[in-house]
Write a protein that binds this ligand. Sequence first.
Ligand SMILES: Cc1cc2nc3c(=O)[nH]c(=O)nc-3n(C[C@H](O)[C@H](O)[C@H](O)COP(=O)(O)O)c2cc1C
Ligand code: SF4
Length: 660
Amino acid sequence: MQKLKHLFQPIRVGPMEVKNRIVMSAMDPGFGIEEDGSVTPQLTGFLVERARSRPGMIVSGAMPVHPTGTADPATVRMVHLWEDHVLPSLEQMVKAVHQYDVKFGAQLNHGGLAHIPEEAIAASDVPEMNAVGLKTRAATKEELKEFVAAFADGAEKSVRVGFDFLEIHGGHGYLINTFLTPRYNRRTDEYGGSFDNRIRFLLEVVRAVRERVGDGIPIGVRLNGDDFIGQGSWALPEVCRLAPILEKESVDYLSITAGAASMGTLHYTIMPMYEEQGVFARFSQEVKKHVSIPVIIVGRIKSPVVADRIIAEGKADLTVMSRAQIADPEMVEKARRGEIDEIRPCLAECLGCIEGILRYGEASCAVNARVGREYLLPEIEGEKAAAPRKVLVAGAGVAGLEAARRAAFAGHRVLVCESRGWVGGQLKLASIIPRRAEIADILPWYERQLNELGVQVRLNVTVDESLLDEIKPDVLIVATGSLPEVPLGFVEGLGNIKDIELMTADELLEEQKLTGDSVLVVGGDQIGLQVADYLSEQGKTVYVVERGGHFARKMASADRRYLVGRLIEKGVRRHKNVQKVEIVGTDEVWMITGNDRDRLPDIETIVFASDRRPNIFLAEVAERKGIETHIVGDAAGVAAEGQGTIMAAITAGYDAGRQV
Ligand SMILES: Cc1cc2nc3c(=O)[nH]c(=O)nc-3n(C[C@H](O)[C@H](O)[C@H](O)COP(=O)(O)O)c2cc1C
Ligand code: SF4
């Protein structure tokens, strides 16, 4: 039990009393919105599951106030706040959230550059985007008037449907942000050039909204503390200059964020594990020196202890903990009770949440398979099974652990057997990679959950036919993972090897094997690149060869960006579209790409980090014996898109555990 003294102190935000310092900032998960822009029970279910835990403030996902400011519906759906037919569904959503004691705000936005397909509107034409084939154009002055009025209309409608407060989105590269940012605002009229001109559009929006809703409704503004685009970026000194002006304009809070997808800096908006928790508290700390209204800070804060410290040190008044609440909707309640170890940690690999939106238009979560399905599975963890069954889980990687947890929760008697002497499987190995230790945070959580649920875990026990005969499970869950393979068709001439040492990535990491100084890593997906980082950190000269045209396809783009940055910094040579690796003569390693043949000099070790084969021998045995069998995780497949990831493993484990 750890009492958090500061996080659960109430605070006034304008006329509104907020019960604690935790904010679930705006997150449009992409799901739960009809084609016509109205809200469905799916989105409401997502919000209600988190409202139950009572964060101080929840902000709706960004709601475009004008049809030119919505995202491409083929990419991600958004609420059409400019259309009245969405209001009844919004009202229902707000009512549902208000069953719980939280303040629920509406985020008002014009997406600007995010409205990509036909013609994206910004402060001015953006040549960088035009250069990559996107059409952008400057908003006309008439349009600006129309947009200001649309913000006021959106505000009025939001208040009408019951939202407690309003948040104007001035960050993340959306329309208002493009006015603030010198590089994106090349206007020569009264909206461009000087600081006073660049903030004009935002001030007009703020005034119009305030005038429309009156003094009783708190209005906040979300602003980038830095766009992180280098020359011409909107950055902290100007934020500090703008902050007191907004306070004078009767803005009730500031929410400081950073980066923008449309500016190529999404990895600062939704940061992966490579950045420290709370790294942007340095922004809010500065902004706070210039205003007396509350300042909210964001930045990968997943630990309530870190959040509490930020508040205690006076660096911010409220802390955004958004993905932390995707990962564990009960996070706030557990923090309130001081049960920090009970919180299921966000792994900050971004693969489910933001990458889900980028790839499929819908968010999910690597560790919480319920995301987006809350409305279908009404209780937090489902109902107890009428007839408990004896469940044997073979393998204690995350797929097996999740299957065991979920099945035990339903009341089944669960035994987990793991052939190794430790739990965690591939995830544990992946946590050895530099700066990725955090992904193993989920393992103590699982061990604790399984312990509380009375699940037995036997280590160093391999499930085989005789054990099946002895235990006689009603259900077998095969979570035996995958085995590394040498890609013989890709690497030829292994017979010519004399002194080069060969090993798999598993052997390298699990046995902490030593390599020579010059290493070839075969495979450039997530395992290969992470192994390259591990080896280059030890000062090795590393080459990576990849058959495909992309590196680390299985990683989220934000996460990959940091990893690749590290490899570039350390001089790792990455080669893609490689057709073949040949070992000729004695220990001569050649790489064939198109018509080119290049020698990779003095390779001393080759690490195989590409192909893996599902380990399903046990499933075949069990099926022969007529045992109900579920195959989960890597054992069910590892190569295709959506397989071979932590998220795929946990989701499959959850579903198998639920279906038992
Ligand atoms: C799935 C998803 C959707 C998001 N949608 C929005 C949005 O609509 N408006 C916004 O201002 N920020 C949006 N964000 C950014 C979050 O509000 C928050 O700033 C970000 O997740 C970083 O906070 P965290 O590290 O606590 O998760 C989104 C983030 C995620 C993961
Ligand atoms: S997908 Fe990953 S980063 Fe996103 S909320 Fe879930 S655990 Fe956190």
